[in-house]
Each structure stands twice: as structure tokens, then as C-alpha cells.
Design a protein around this ligand. Structure first.
Ligand code: 3PG
Ligand code: CO
Length: 552
């Protein structure tokens, strides 16, 4: 069992001065330093100057096994990154837990599977999720693992509702994944298996943190009701057509409109009906919470469902540990306990956490080990600044200025021991693949950081600046061996919309940090989980035994 009490740090005392923890989402330290590194190309005098102090600046690993992912080929992401930052632990993450459960067959013996298999003989089994091998929200081979398992266990009719990616994988790859899935479904013996509906992940179903419920509503219409403006005889034809757009501008995988696959009779091939089983095949939680509520909650008014089929509904995992949502799931989620938020609340530490909608759950929900509530409400203030609902290259400033103002106010108020903020820009603009917009986003964020650090200094506080994974640090697809940028047929560079494998910077400082507090040198392989003990030290506490060692 974990000892959840915090002991005093031997050198750093707990005082009434604020500790600022600032996360630059998607801000990696990449070895590629050419113009496609948007951070390198941006004006970043503040973060550059931190690098000059080698005793208080370093990088840590933010991808692969360092954050509990199956392999070091897996890029980091905000879920695993914030889980590590908040908990101080390297936890086997959803991606890995599902792999294991499929490998040893345990997934097919658990309650979730038994529950949906009741529908196999006489009803349809539906899968809904992100179709790619990005490994951030889902993975293709896991979908196929479950589809095959269902066929083996007697499923007669399978329908897959696909969300095209182009965000964790390069744009345009949707075509190859759909082709592959159509083939794999056709090859199932004695099972009627088809793709039934779909749409782009940023436009259909995969909203997060209630940024825009209309996204989920579109998905409900297509997947459940079989209604969409676009109807095709096959998903492959559909995806290819929709990517062409209206002729004036192509549409990328992320943003494809919803579509429905219809039969020769022009009727949808796979609406969701009473008695059907529905399995979401994403393991990552943030973008599955809303659709889970739509399927599970009798009482629901985020949009008009029109029809609410009684389904046997499961998530790949349980996505929200506080809400116990969904009630049933295929693989138990990672058990994350003894997180910093809980320990600090027990010690009476007051916390302010803030980001804009797109990253709000990252600094609260993911930070707290996938819990949506507070530990002690009177000690914690969580502020969400509503995000714009546009593609973020159109508004790369996002809400950075508002977050800065909120953070400064919290620091100046003297009410909070810990002030925690996340800037969404480098990640969210990075995901659009728009280099120019991303450069301006990084320039702005650097100037915002200055304001926050200056304010923290003014209050005599201590600060820690870091990131959760790379993204803006590389905006181009590169040749595997030479690392040379890749160009498309039109002579333009091929944008990289995904995260990178780059490590992330960590810097500490502040007027309240004694001169002799510097990074130790014996942790060259440290990862994001080593940061938790570090900020606990800044708050005046020793690093608890269940956490990775502090960098100090
Ligand atoms: C997304 O959900 O936007 C991307 O797949 C991952 O981005 P994040 O891990 O930075 O949220
Ligand atoms: Co991201």
C-alpha cells in the first residue's frame, strides 16, 4: 500500500509563496533545428535564456516506455504525459493493457466481453472508434483483434463505425486504413461484417471536454440513426470522395463530414437498434466520455438523440473513474493512485489549475489520474477558459493571453500554494500542420511564459516550466534514414500533424528558489514522472517513495 503522507523536504521549506507549474503542451526539444521546427523558427527569447542555465535546465523523456507506452517507437501524448506529471509514476497505459489482454486472451474472459457476447447470436455488434495505427487513442490491430474474437465467439453481424484520423498519423492515410479494414472484414468466414458509417475525428463523435457537443451529435446521427448528408455504397468510395471537398479546397482526414454507407436499396447498412451491442474501441478517455454518456445515460440533454436504442454498451476501458463511465468495459483501465493532487490536498495545500477547454481536462482530469472531480473542493480551484471552436491555425493565439491573465491573477492573489497552467497552442496548432501559424503560436506562448515567470518572481515564488510531449518542434514528415524533409507532388512540404518522439525541456527557478538548488546529474534517463517529485520539492515536500526520484 502507498504511504500517502507527505514529509517535509530537507532543504526547501514550505512557505506561503506560490509555486508555478507551467506546461507547454506539445513543446519538444528536437534535434532537428531547421525551419520546420516551429519552436526553433519562432521568437523565443524567454525559453532560450532558460537553456543557458545548464544547472536548472534539462530535458526528460516524454514518449514510449518512459510514460508507460508499449514501446519506444510510441510517441508521447497528453493523456499519458499528464498522468505521469500528476502521479510521479510510470504506469502501464491503456495501449499496453489492451495489448496484453489480447495477447493472453484474458480480454475475452472478462465481464465486458461476456456482456456484449449475449448479443452475438441474434443482434448486431457495433464497433466505434478512431481508425488508424496512431496508438494515441486506438490502434488498428486491437480493433481487428476484437473483431476476430467476436467472429470466433459467434458474432453473426458486425458493423464498424470509423473516425478517420490524419492527426496522430499523416493526412491521407485514412484511405489505406479503410481499404485494409474492408479487406479484413470481408475475409471473416460466415460473418456479415461491414463499415457502416464514419467521419473525420475533429468533426464527428470525438469531441472532448464538452468543447462542442454538435460534434458528438453528428456522430450519433450517422452511427445510430443512419442519417448524414453524404451516403455512399462503400466507405472507401466515401472517404476518397469526401477528401476532394467541393472542388475549391480539399478536406483533410481529420475534418471529413459524417457519412453513412448504404446498400443497393439506399438504406443504411448498419443503424444501431435495440438489443445490439456497441463497443467503443478507443482506449484513451478524453474523446470517448461524451459519446459514452450519449449511449449510457437515460437522462441526457446535451442534444436530441431522437431515438435512444437499448444497447449492450461497453468502452474499451472505463474512461472516467469518478463517474464510473461507462459502467462496463472490455479491459480494466490503468489503476493510478497516490497522485500528487490527492497528497497535496491532504496536506491542506491550495491549488489553482487553469487551461482553455481543449486542455482543461489535461491539467485536471488526466493530471489527477483520470478523475473528473476534486479531491478537496475547498482547496482546489479549477478554471476553464472556453476555447474557440475553429480549426486552430485560423486563431493560433487561442486563449494564451486569457490563461496568462488568469495565472497571474492567481499568483498575485496570495490564495494559492500551487498554480498550474497549460498552454494549448504548440500542440493544437501543431496538429493542424500549418507551420506558419504554429510559429506564431510559439512566439506568443514564449512571451506569455515571461509574464508568468516575472509575476511568480515578484511574489517571491518558485517555478517549474515543462511540456507533456513534442509536437510543434517538427512540422514536416521526414525520410526515415536521412531525416530530410519530404515534399509532396505539388512541391509543398508534407506536413507532420502528429506528436514527435522528442524529449521535453524542464526548467526550474524563481526568486524564492535558493541558489544551491540545482538539477542532479545522475538521472540521465529521467522521464516526465520524475517531474512530480521535483515540484513537490519546490512546494516544500520530500518526494514520496512511490514516485520516481526528483530531478533536484
Ligand atoms: C488529440 O486528441 O488531439 C490528439 O490525438 C492527441 O493530442 P493530445 O495528446 O496532445 O491531446
Ligand atoms: Co496533441
Amino acid at each position: 500500500a502507498i504511504d500517502k503522507t507527505l514529509k517535509p523536504h530537507e532543504k526547501l521549506s514550505r512557505n506561503k509563496k506560490p509555486v508555478l507549474v507551467c506546461i507547454l503542451d506539445g513543446w519538444g526539444e528536437n534535434v532537428a533545428k531547421d525551419k520546420y521546427n516551429a519552436i526553433h523558427s519562432a521568437e523565443t527569447p524567454v525559453t532560450d535564456s532558460l537553456k543557458e542555465n545548464s544547472k536548472r535546465w534539462r530535458t526528460v523523456r516524454a514518449h514510449g516506455t518512459a510514460v508507460g507506452l508499449p514501446s519506444d517507437a510510441d510517441m508521447g501524448n497528453s493523456e499519458v504525459g499528464h498522468n505521469a506529471l500528476g502521479s510521479g509514476q510510470v504506469i502501464d497505459q491503456g495501449a499496453r493493457l489492451v495489448d496484453i489482454a489480447l495477447d493472453d486472451g484474458s480480454a475475452f474472459k472478462l465481464d465486458g466481453w461476456k456482456y456484449i457476447s449475449e448479443a452475438f447470436p441474434n443482434n448486431t455488434l457495433h464497433f466505434i472508434g478512431l481508425l488508424s495505427d496512431g496508438g494515441v487513442h486506438s490502434r488498428y490491430n486491437q480493433l481487428i483483434g476484437f473483431v476476430k474474437g467476436a467472429a470466433k465467439d459467434g458474432a453473426k453481424r458486425i458493423r464498424v463505425h470509423i473516425l478517420t484520423d490524419g492527426r496522430d498519423v499523416p493526412d491521407g492515410t485514412s484511405v489505406k486504413f479503410v481499404e485494409q479494414l474492408e479487406k479484413d472484414l470481408e475475409s471473416l468466414d460466415g460473418v456479415d461484417a461491414k463499415i457502416a458509417s464514419g467521419g473525420g475525428r475533429m468533426h464527428v463523435t470525438m469531441d472532448r471536454y464538452e468543447a462542442d457537443w454538435r460534434i458528438v451529435e453528428r456522430g450519433w446521427h450517422a452511427h445510430v440513426l443512419g442519417e448524414a448528408d453524404h451516403k455512399f455504397k462503400s466507405a472507401l468510395e466515401g472517404v476518397k470522395k469526401l477528401r476532394e471537398g467541393d472542388g475549391s479546397k480539399p478536406v483533410t482526414d481529420q475534418w471529413l463530414p459524417p457519412f453513412v454507407v448504404v446498400g443497393d436499396d439506399d438504406k443504411p447498412v448498419g443503424t444501431i437498434e435495440d438489443g445490439d451491442a456497441v463497443a467503443l474501441f478507443n482506449f484513451r478517455s478524453d474523446r470517448m466520455v461524451e459519446i459514452s454518456k450519449a449511449f449510457e445515460y437515460e437522462d441526457f440533454n446535451a442534444f436530441d438523440r431522437k431515438r435512444f436504442p437499448k444497447t449492450k454498451f461497453v468502452g474499451m476501458m472505463q474512461y472516467d473513474g469518478d463517474l464510473k463511465l461507462p459502467a462496463r468495459f472490455l479491459v480494466p483501465p490503468p489503476a493510478i493512485s497516490g497522485v500528487s493532487g490527492e497528497l497535496l490536498a491532504q496536506e491542506g495545500v491550495t491549488t489553482f489549475a487553469c487551461s482553455e477547454t481543449q486542455k482543461f481536462g489535461h491539467v485536471t482530469f488526466f493530471w489527477n489520474g483520470n478523475r473528473s472531480g476534486y479531491f478537496k473542493e475547498d482547496l482546489e480551484t479549477y478554471v476553464e477558459i472556453p476555447s474557440d471552436t475553429v480549426p486552430f491555425n485560423e486563431a493560433p493565439e487561442m486563449k494564451a493571453r486569457e490563461i496568462t491573465e488568469a495565472g497571474k491573477e492567481a499568483l498575485l492573489s496570495g490564495k494559492y500554494d500551487m498554480v498550474r497552467v497549460n498552454y494549448a497552442n504548440p500542440d493544437m496548432v501543431g496538429h493542424t500542420g500549418d507551420l506558419e501559424a504554429c510559429v506564431s503560436a510559439c512566439t506568443l506562448v514564449d512571451s506569455c511564459v515571461k509574464e508568468l515567470l516575472d509575476t511568480c518572481d515578484k511574489m517571491g515564488g518558485r517555478w517549474l516550466l515543462t511540456a507533456d510531449h513534442g509536437n510543434a518542434d517538427d512540422m514536416v514528415q521526414r525520410q526515415k534514414k536521412s531525416n530530410e524533409p519530404m515534399m509532396g507532388e505539388d512541391g509543398k512540404f508534407l506536413p507532420l500533424t502528429s506528436h514527435t518522439l522528442a524529449p521535453v525541456p524542464v526548467a526550474i527557478g524563481g526568486a524564492g528558489l535558493p541558489e544551491d538548488i540545482v538539477f542532479r546529474e545522475d538521472l540521465p534517463k529521467a522521464g516526465l514522472a520524475n517531474i512530480t517529485g521535483t515540484y513537490l520539492n519546490l512546494l516544500g515536500f520530500a518526494t514520496p517513495a512511490h514516485m520516481e526520484p526528483s530531478l533536484i
